[in-house]
Write a protein that binds this ligand. Structure first.
Ligand code: HEC
Ligand code: HEC
Length: 454
């Protein structure tokens, strides 16, 4: 008896805190509503909560042009996509997909890159990332500060086709054809690759950051031994702080190694704000009015603000699940979804980040790149080929419809339902799709009920 009592403190944490209904471990909050994604982790100290609110302010409140009377938030642009993080990560949820009518939707942005051809370009792209368009840079920016011409207008045409399942159910699948018009700085490069990206939800990012690199390496090793087509790979990308190559974790192609760098890249590319990690404005040499425009000083985003934003983006919770769906979960495994969408991990022990340390989490991703076939192909990023994407985490999947006005899954938001998202999988995931298409409607409902419950 005494022995058991001694062991209890060791057994209890494992027993109590490994609970699939709490996908974010002790960070998970019980709110199942419109505000599910913008809650702070449930296990923060009072001081950490205050820092979270400060970070939230920098995420939410708009930045303004220079010169300005408030210097804390100026320097927006000269070329940019919108004026705050929250305009794209709406309620810390997903952005909106582009629409065919004239209204511009800012939260799907267009990455620009040209394919690496010479051996020098190939080496550079593998080490430092995509080669930008020489005139427009690495991202299309449809807005600008006064006296600087904006880059142009994004237009989309949605195409559609019908997919028929084994039980004769018909599903409409839509995909976007993007064009960039009213170009203000001349033509885009002839080889230009456009990659539309919808803003992902912000939940649980700090927990993903705290997944042990050894676990990700192990995912890759396990898959090399597989006899089928599923062979994920790590995207090794450039870490600006460490000045070395690291495992990519963030973004649809896993091309950012840390939240801090991802955040600084967003300030830079999306809002046109410089920081210690991205110290030059986004203007290219062809954009002279942009180069000459007033700026918000050096740097427009201080390290202090970066630290608050880092704290904020690390500590957004993953909402609680309300029920388990064992039948659907079994089909999820049988259809090989769980190979790429790896259910769970225990995060690293990290004394400096107690709320995120040693948590059993259920993100449903291996954080590896997979080839999903030519229908989803866009551009290259570091080791990611045109058709390779990072396995999207599935936690919170069923709550998008509460937080957002529409469901817009996959990297460009083309899928308006979970089933559509599955049917778009190709390449390495072809067999999974084949299995799903063969399911009886009852089995399909079970699978979808499981995914909705996440
Ligand atoms: C114009 C829309 C837009 C704005 C504004 C924006 N983001 Fe994003 N954000 C995106 C898109 C699109 C992605 C995916 C990028 C990719 O695939 O490379 C993203 C990805 C991220 C990610 C990684 C999420 C993940 O799941 O890997 C973080 C963190 C992030 N943004 C933080 C920020 C912060 C902080 C700001 C404000 C400084 C910001 N974003 C502003 C559109 C935006
Ligand atoms: C070979 C690896 C692989 C397999 C197998 C796989 N997926 Fe995926 N899944 C991915 C990748 C990669 C993405 C991201 C695609 C993109 O960004 O366009 C994704 C995206 C998704 C999304 C959209 C998530 C979002 O946030 O937009 C859903 C839903 C999904 N998968 C469900 C499933 C289900 C269910 C199965 C099994 C029937 C499955 N996947 C099998 C790799 C895989």
């Amino acid at each position: 008896m005494k022995k058991i009592l001694q062991l209890l403190p060791l057994i209890l944490p494992i027993y109590t805190f490994s609970n699939p209904l709490l996908p974010g471990g002790q960070t998970s909050q019980p709110f199942i509503n419109k505000y599910s994604f913008n809650q702070e982790a449930n296990n923060l100290t009072l001081e950490e909560k205050l820092d979270f609110s400060v970070g939230n302010g920098f995420f939410k409140n708009p930045w303004i042009f220079s010169p300005a009377t408030t210097i804390a938030r100026d320097g927006l642009g000269p070329l940019f996509n919108t004026n705050s993080c929250e305009k794209c990560h709406i309620q810390d949820g997903r952005g909106e997909r582009l629409v065919q009518t004239g209204t511009q939707k800012v939260s799907t942005l267009i990455r620009l890159s040209i394919p690496a051809v010479t051996s020098e370009q190939i080496t550079n792209q593998l080490k430092y990332g995509p080669i930008p368009d020489p005139i427009y840079g690495g991202q299309f920016q449809p807005l600008s500060s006064p006296n600087v011409p904006a880059e142009g207008v994004v237009n989309v045409i949605w195409h559609s086709k019908i997919e028929i399942l084994a039980d004769n159910t018909e599903i409409e699948l839509q995909w976007p054809e993007i064009s960039l018009n009213q170009l203000q700085y001349g033509e885009l490069n002839e080889q230009i690759q456009l990659s539309p990206r919808i803003a992902p939800a912000m939940m649980g990012l700090g927990l993903l950051e705290q997944i042990d690199e050894l676990d990700i390496l192990q995912n890759q090793i396990n898959q090399t031994h597989r006899t089928d087509e599923i062979k994920g790979k790590i995207n090794w990308v450039w870490d600006r702080q460490k000045q070395s190559t690291s495992i990519g974790k963030f973004g649809w192609k896993a091309s950012q190694p840390t939240l801090n760098q991802q955040n600084a890249a967003a300030f830079h590319g999306d809002l046109g704000l410089t920081s210690s990690l991205f110290d030059h404005p986004t203007c290219t040499n062809h954009q002279t009015a942009c180069l000459q425009a007033p700026n918000g000083g050096e740097f427009e985003v201080s390290n202090n603000i970066l630290a608050f934003i880092e704290h904020y983006t690390r500590h957004l919770n993953v909402p609680k699940r309300s029920k388990l769906e064992p039948e659907g979960e079994k089909i999820f495994h049988d259809a090989k979804c769980a190979i790429c969408h790896r259910p769970s991990y225990i995060t690293k022990t990290q004394n400096k980040l107690p709320a995120l340390s040693n948590q059993t989490i259920y993100p449903y991703t291996d954080l590896l790149l997979h080839d999903l076939g030519p229908l989803l192909a866009t551009n290259e990023e570091f080791l990611a080929t045109q058709s390779q994407w990072r396995t999207a985490p599935l936690w919170g999947l069923g709550k998008h419809k509460l937080v957002s006005s529409e469901i817009a899954l996959l990297h460009d938001g083309r899928a308006t339902s979970i089933l559509e998202a599955i049917l778009w999988h190709g390449g390495e995931a072809q067999e999974s799709v084949k299995i799903v298409k063969q399911l009886s409607s009852e089995q399909r409902q079970s699978l979808l009920a499981f995914l909705e419950s996440l």
